[in-house]
Design a protein. Structure first.
Length: 233
């Protein structure tokens, strides 16, 4: 695998391409990043977009480093994974469940269920974050890793004011995205959740496949890339 840091040269966008970036950013990003892999007939990369047109890109082959729109830095990515290894991670994912034979946003589904049960609005976000965490736990069971609880907070443990053991991951952001590829076309709608936390590898082979393939849906729009680094307590 190859890990790349990619910067879109926004000033190079033409009057024809700039509106596409402004109005359908996820689609434009996917389409333009694919130009870095001219020999690939099927998408063989994952990406995460950051502010200012910066991307992290994970691919099975090295991308082009000479492109009019992008500045590209790339290096081989071959993490040495063993069972029991602890890693800090970040993940932007599109967590969905199936409801009435249709895909549904996990957080919106939790909100719908809470309303059906007549629960107060004050409990909604807690229930939504719990649902997002449960989705990630199910992913971990399938893909060879466990989520680890955060470091103990001595005061909170003693005072009993914080149920830290129940929260395995941090929800850093939640967004709903809407865009049209072209005027008059059907609206694309999906959500993304930014997770961060600590994990432990249980099955290196399955975990390696998960790194390459990504987690969840909407990978073509910048979701699913699991970013890892060695955990230092």
């Amino acid at each position: 695998m190859y890990l790349s840091r990619v910067q879109l040269n926004i000033r190079q966008l033409t009057p024809e391409t700039l509106p596409k970036w402004q109005q359908a950013t996820p689609y434009a990003a996917h389409q333009w990043l694919w130009q870095l892999f001219p020999e690939q007939q099927q998408r063989s990369f994952l990406f995460r977009m950051e502010a200012g047109g910066r991307f992290w890109l994970l691919s099975s082959v090295a991308p082009l480093t000479d492109h009019a729109l992008f500045s590209v830095e790339t290096k081989a990515f071959q993490p040495q994974l063993t069972a029991g290894l602890k890693l800090d991670f970040q993940l932007r994912a599109n967590p969905v469940v199936c409801r009435n034979k249709k895909r549904s946003d996990v957080l919106m589904n939790a909100k719908y269920q809470a309303k059906q049960q007549g629960l107060p609005k004050e409990q909604l976000w807690q229930l939504q974050t719990q649902a997002a965490q449960q989705w990630l736990i199910r992913q971990s069971e399938q893909h060879g890793f466990n989520l680890l609880p955060p470091a103990s907070n001595e005061f909170a443990d003693w005072a009993g004011t914080d149920d830290a053991s129940a929260q395995l991951v941090t929800i850093d952001a939640y967004q709903q995205h809407r865009f049209r590829r072209r005027a008059g076309e059907k609206m694309f709608i999906y959500s993304s959740v930014d997770f961060s936390g600590c994990l432990q590898v249980t099955d290196p082979e399955r975990f390696t496949r998960a790194l390459a393939a990504g987690l969840g849906k909407s990978k073509a729009f910048g979701c699913g890339m699991l970013m890892i680094k060695r955990h230092h307590p």
